[in-house]
Write a protein that binds this ligand. Structure first.
Ligand SMILES: Nc1ncnc2c1ncn2[C@@H]1O[C@H](COP(=O)(O)OP(=O)(O)OP(=O)(O)O)[C@@H](O)[C@H]1O
Ligand SMILES: [Mg+2]
Length: 325
């Protein structure tokens, strides 16, 4: 149901990444020795840290600019994340190559997620750039299915493997997070969770969240935000958003709102969700499903807008205003 815990506990530095010791060591020493390739290939199972580590690499490559670039700004300025699954064609690749020429200050990192989905022509368009990327640009190709990549691409990349995380490591990780979140999970429960995760850190976190029925600490604020949106009270809504932004990324706020609208929809049918304590059953049965659907759709639209401009605060505020209309 939810990825909130997974997002909240996304490692921001190498030391926080679990179960990928060798890969992390290799990357760290390549970074230290200046032997990191211009094109990297991250392969391995879903939810084992590929995207996370790609972002950390971007961060490491930009540390020397730290004084001017904060982590939040950096994400927009120097990291280009492309979902190759929905940008499969030659034109998409050309556009990326074109865009990276206009380099901002810093070391640009292009993360190509689901790289195996690129068309053959798209790969061919990419080959030359992979071989000789512009100065201060690193490509990170990410894939769960490296065997679907053409050999000429693979041979141009430094390869890093992400492994299924072992049971004990997963258990320890979930124990830490359950404690931090004050979720009552027994040792037996942790074992079950780690087993069900089948090597994927994220899958287990998602399970922990749904089974623990955890609503994060900001739930009161989200409740107020949903109420303000419902009452078309723009000023209050923006106030709450400002409060939420102290602890949450703009995108996370919208994703959490999506969940609230989703949960509220389920509640209107009498189904039990993590927000049960916030509404009486009779109030829930009166929710306007049409408006919830509309609000949900608007959230998806706002989410897409985050990729259109680097100024996520504006996207968030304008999006919330639209939700209130
Ligand atoms: N090795 C790890 N150490 C700590 N947390 C992890 C690790 N791998 C995944 N996670 C958790 O799972 C979330 C998703 O991880 P990430 O996006 O890096 O996975 P991925 O390998 O890119 O998955 P996919 O193949 O589905 O894109 C992270 O935000 C984090 O909470
Ligand atoms: Mg990923």
């Amino acid at each position: 149901m939810s990825e909130v815990l997974a997002l909240k506990y996304r490692p921001q530095e190498f030391s926080e990444v679990v179960g990928q010791d060798r890969t992390v060591e290799q990357l760290q020493s390549a970074l230290e020795n200046g032997t990191l390739g211009h094109a990297l290939l991250f392969c391995g199972t879903r939810g084992t840290g590929k995207t996370t580590v790609a972002r950390i690499v971007a961060w490491e490559l930009n540390k020397k600019y730290e004084a001017t670039v904060t982590w939040e700004k950096l994400q927009h300025l120097v990291i280009t994340e492309v979902d190759a699954a929905s940008n499969t064609g030659v034109d998409n690749v050309r556009e990326i190559i074109e865009n990276i020429k206009y380099c901002v200050q810093g070391h640009r990192v292009v993360i190509l997620d689901e790289a195996h989905m690129l068309s053959k022509n798209a790969f061919n368009a990419l080959l030359k750039t992979l071989e000789e990327p512009p100065k201060d640009v690193t490509f990170i190709l990410v894939t769960t299915e490296p065997n679907k990549l053409i050999p000429t691409v693979v041979s141009r990349c430094q390869k890093y493997e992400f492994h299924d995380v072992d049971l004990e490591t997963l258990k320890a990780h979930y124990r830490t997070i359950a404690e931090l979140e004050k979720l009552p999970v027994s040792e037996e429960g942790l074992t079950q969770l780690a087993l069900a995760a089948e090597g994927s850190v994220r899958d287990g976190l998602t399970l922990l969240q749904t089974s623990g029925e955890a609503v994060n600490d900001s739930s009161k604020e989200y409740f107020n935000l949903v109420g303000a949106i419902y009452n078309q009270d723009v000023v209050t809504a923006l106030d709450v958003v400002q409060e939420l932004r102290k602890a949450n990324e703009p995108r996370t706020i919208i994703q959490m709102l999506e969940k609230w609208f989703y949960w509220a929809s389920l509640e209107s049918f009498g189904m039990k969700t993590p927000i049960r304590n916030y509404f009486s059953e009779s109030a829930a049965s009166n929710f306007d499903l049409g408006r919830l659907q509309e609000a949900f759709k608007t959230c998806l639209e706002i989410e897409r807008n985050f990729t259109a401009t680097p100024n996520s605060k504006i996207v968030l505020d304008m999006g919330v205003i639209k939700l209130c209309l």
